[in-house]
Design a protein around this ligand. Structure first.
Ligand code: UT7
Length: 338
């Protein structure tokens, strides 16, 4: 066999299919009122959330990821065996290792794929999208599955009212393929991390620093801890700064965008960013009321909402943006080509 050593031509990547999945069981604000000292009015006013979907015991992140991936591949009309790489963005892998991408590959029957997990909390889907796009643009692959999936209920303390009202479980998958002649697809990404914010949103136990022991369990170290105000202030500032910088370096104004699909952490963060960028409210996708914060799942779930609400069409100029634990900041500009 002879190797082809000719330089490969760079080709843009585009999203060619989308699939999403949320487990059927609902946890409403009324349910939470019976579990912690909270009320529907506070939750709706401070976050915009009305209900979230939670898995039943025994259902893991790979299950949600596979369900979303199957819908995505069916939409494109291809077999799992045609997928060449799988990136699973998640902060709640089924287990520390093997990577959830391996479990997804096996359950899907994606015999020809390699893959790995991307750990970047709420920004992991956007980061995985860039890595997947580069695999396409480099010419290395023609079909890359990027999945954002989280079972946040597995790491939430349902006695802590400051976190248990926020999070939900869910997943979304997109297929990346080379753009056709004349199509644009993925345009630009701008990301940032700031580890000085690590202590504002984290899960202290279970890693190499604090391996699980009876003591770490007793000290409640295997659940999400959040300094809500600190994260909120960072998110409001950074979501605007990063998206403004991304738009500016591409010569685009907020008013040029057809659709803004942000991470769904708090409705107030989304509205404030959209106002600052000058994006009309009808072009801003908000579904936090139905799903809460599903971490890596929010952006593909919001893409699906945009389609259901007839707000996303072929050729639309779309902005994605997320801010989360790390701190991490992720943004993406693309043309929707489905
Ligand atoms: O996706 C990952 C990134 N995460 C985020 O972007 C989250 C960013 N942060 C937030 O969205 C908000 O900070 C929260 C929704 C988490 C909290 O909202 P807040 O407006 O910042 O509330 P707060 O923490 O300042 O608390 C205000 C008051 C406090 O009472 P006092 O001290 O004023 O008497 C809290 O104890 O609200 C109280 N409170 C609640 N009351 C009813 C906190 N949680 C609740 C609750 N129900 N669930």
């Amino acid at each position: 066999m002879k190797f082809d050593l000719r330089p490969r031509s760079l080709r843009r990547a585009k999203i060619t299919a989308l699939g999403t999945y949320v487990p059927p069981r609902l946890l409403t604000n009324a349910d939470l009122e019976k579990m912690v000292h909270t009320n529907d009015q506070w939750i709706v006013e401070r976050t915009g959330i009305r209900e979230r979907h939670l898995v039943d015991p025994g259902v893991a992140t790979s299950d949600l990821a596979v369900a979303a991936a199957r819908i995505c591949l069916a939409e494109r009309g291809i077999e799992p065996s045609e997928v060449e790489a799988i990136i699973v963005a998640t902060v709640t892998p089924d287990m520390l290792f093997p990577a959830t991408a391996c479990l997804v590959q096996d359950k899907l029957g994606a015999k020809g794929a390699w893959g790995f997990d991307m750990s970047a909390a709420c920004c992991a889907f956007v980061y995985a999208l860039q890595v997947g796009a580069k695999l396409i643009e480099s010419g290395a692959h023609k079909k890359v599955l990027v999945i954002g999936a989280d079972v946040m209920s597995s790491i939430i303390d349902y006695k802590d009212r400051s976190t248990c009202i926020i999070f939900g479980d869910g997943a979304g998958a997109v297929l990346l393929e080379p753009a056709e002649e004349g199509e644009v697809g993925m345009i630009d990404f701008l990301h940032e991390i700031d580890g000085s914010g690590a202590a504002s949103l984290y899960m202290p136990g279970g890693g190499s620093l604090h391996p699980p022991t009876a003591e770490t369990v007793a000290k409640n170290m295997h659940v999400v801890h959040q300094e809500g105000q600190a994260v909120y202030k960072f998110a409001v500032r950074k979501m605007s700064e990063a998206t403004e910088a991304l738009l500016a370096r591409n010569g685009i104004h907020g008013s040029d965008l057809d659709c803004f699909i942000p991470h769904q952490a708090n409705k107030r963060i989304i509205v404030s960013t959209a106002e600052r960028l000058g994006i009309a409210p009808e072009r801003v996708i908000i579904n936090i009321d139905r799903f809460g914060n599903t971490t890596a799942g929010t952006i593909p779930l919001a893409m699906q909402t945009a389609r259901e609400e007839n707000k996303l069409h072929k050729g639309d100029l779309v902005l994605l943006a997320s801010v989360g634990a790390g701190y991490t900041v992720g943004t993406c500009l693309l043309r929707w080509e489905i």
